[in-house]
Design a binder for this molecule. Structure first.
Ligand code: CP
Length: 314
């Protein structure tokens, strides 16, 4: 298969396992490119990408921007805080105004679940979801799974633990869908109050015991507590959370095997993960960030190809 089955990247839900493998194969080639002295290819020359961020971001925004530059695309960046959205302009009006400036693709982060799909149904452009509320963050899940494959090989049969605030996490949902599609076993660990009620219907298991879960897994992905999406108190105090679900170096050293530690960022050092673990040889956190650029290059390139945008550059 040399073509994606989708015209937009809205979520992992819409991708097949073949789509994901194609993205990984393409990302491997782009990873070689970005490690060369000349890190650019002309694949998206004459294509213009708008990066629309209605919510804060460091990694995803910079990673998409770098991926677009490495592919020789033209870029415009939009941040809601300094835009006419503040004057009451609707999402569709904002995007249609941007598209009338001859923009070919839209990368969008938005606080509302479903915003990327809504846009794909209402404007005439290729849409890439860079995170929509507590729903999906597909490129994060792709780069996470790609980072596991880069270190461990095939994901089939690998035991992946996701720890923390599952209830408010778009990273958790996209990771669960992606890992299961690729044949991994997935366990979730965290406070019962931060675990969605029907999550086991997706095919995952749930534990509330971090030590036991770590003994089970090959890879542990530690998530941040999403305070910005919590209007209630879900646990007694941060100290209490860290005592039960915070990952420390003595805990890892006491296991009978070596496991790989991941984190999507931003990290709350000393809360869900200690500094010693984040900076240790167990951690592949910065490899995840590096792989993010190659994954986003692959997604941009494959969607442009699917939608015949870069026909002239090939
Ligand atoms: N992992 C992630 O989405 O980070 P940002 O919020 O900084 O983009």
């Amino acid at each position: 298969m040399s073509e994606l089955s989708v015209n937009h990247l809205l979520g992992i839900k819409e991708l097949s396992a073949q789509d994901i493998h194609l993205i990984f194969e393409t990302a491997s080639q782009f990873k070689e490119v970005i490690n060369r002295p000349i890190k650019k290819v002309p694949s998206l020359r004459d294509i213009t990408v708008a990066n629309l961020f209605f919510e804060n971001s460091t990694r995803t925004r910079l990673s998409f921007e770098l991926a677009e530059k490495r592919l020789s695309a033209d870029i415009i960046n939009f941040s809601a805080a300094s835009s006419s959205v503040k004057k009451g302009e609707t999402l569709i009006d904002t995007v249609n105004n941007i598209l009338s400036m001859k923009v070919d693709m839209v990368v969008m982060r938005h606080p509302n679940p479903g915003a990327a799909k809504f846009l794909s149904l209402n404007v005439n452009s290729t849409i890439i979801n860079a995170g929509d509320g507590a729903h999906e963050h597909p490129t994060q899940a792709l780069l996470d799974a790609f980072s596991i494959v880069s270190k461990h090989g095939d994901l089939k049969g690998k035991k992946v633990l996701i720890v923390g605030d599952i209830l408010h996490s778009r990273v958790a949902l996209s990771n669960i869908l992606c890992l299961l599609k690729l044949g991994a076993e997935v366990k979730l660990c965290g406070p019962a109050t931060l675990m969605p009620k029907y999550i086991t219907k997706l095919g995952v298991t749930v534990s509330h015991n971090l030590k036991e879960s770590l003994e089970w897994c090959d890879i542990a992905n530690m998530l941040r507590v999403q305070h910005e999406r919590q209007d209630l108190k879900y646990f007694p105090s941060i100290r209490e959370y860290t005592k039960q679900f915070g990952l420390t170096l003595p805990m890892l050293d006491s296991l009978k095997k070596e496991i790989t530690i991941m984190h999507p960022g931003p990290i709350n050092r000393g809360v869900e993960i200690s500094s010693e673990v984040a900076d240790s040889d167990y951690s592949i956190i910065l490899n995840q960030v590096e792989n993010g650029v190659a994954i986003r290059m692959a997604v941009l390139y494959l969607l442009a190809s699917k939608n015949k945008m870069n026909f002239k550059a090939d």
